[in-house]
Design a protein. Structure first.
Lengths: 113, 109
């Protein structure tokens, strides 16, 4: 089945130690998104790629970076995780057409020690 | 003003009840609308798209009112397995999706 796959499902890192989360998709969607979701809150968009074009949200901290080496893969890099970065990180994909929904991966739950 | 607003609930209803959620959006140019279901500590999963004429999928009915800028989700004959958070998502244009904060539903035996 075509899908969005995130790895790892759970990630534990130390305060200040860089971490990379990965997302891959077999849907051949041209848009990929990264969201941060904390408990009882809506997903918060960090950034998205439209093909190779990177679109950063204005309030996304510089600590968060992303790479999309090809259509199928997208990475979220957190350069120096702080305690406030503990959250669920969700990857989603969509087609450009506005009537198409987003498809989410299972998410990576990040804990900071 | 938020792009999308939902009543966070919680809604606690008995099995078999009918429950309705509303969601309002601020931008009249919004083009497409979705309801997602999110279980605790899981990812959002698409429940249904919302079409202009309204649409139904089994026990679930979605409606769109462009004049008043709201969408609704009606769940009939609630099951225990319907307990989840329901997220309203609005697409304004292109790649811009806006999420409501979600409405929590608990179906009680």
């Amino acid at each position: 089945d075509a899908m969005v796959i995130q790895n790892p499902r759970y990630q534990v890192t130390q305060f200040g130690k860089p971490v990379t989360l990965s997302c891959s998709q077999t849907l051949n969607h041209n848009v990929m998104y990264w969201y941060q979701q904390k408990s009882s809150q809506a997903p918060k968009l960090l950034f998205h790629y439209y093909d190779k074009d990177f679109n950063n949200e204005a309030d996304t901290p510089d600590n968060f970076q992303s790479r999309r080496p090809n259509t199928s893969f997208c990475f979220l890099d957190i350069r120096s995780p702080g305690l406030g970065d503990a959250a669920m990180y969700l990857c989603a994909t969509s087609r450009t057409a506005s009537n198409q929904p987003q498809h989410f991966g299972d998410g990576t739950r990040l804990s900071i020690l | 003003r938020k792009e999308v607003e939902q009543d966070p609930g919680p809604f606690n209803v008995p099995e078999g009840a009918t429950v309705a959620f509303n969601c309002t959006y601020s931008n009249s140019a919004s083009q497409s609308f979705f309801w997602y279901r999110q279980d605790c500590r899981k990812e959002p999963k698409l429940l249904m798209s919302v079409y202009s004429s309204g649409n139904e999928d089994g026990r679930f009915t979605a409606q769109l009112n462009r004049a008043s800028q709201y969408i609704s989700l009606l769940i009939r004959d609630s099951k225990l397995s319907d307990s989840a958070t329901y997220l309203c998502v609005v697409n304004k244009w292109g790649n811009q999706f806006y999420f409501g904060t979600g409405t929590s539903l608990t179906v009680i035996p």
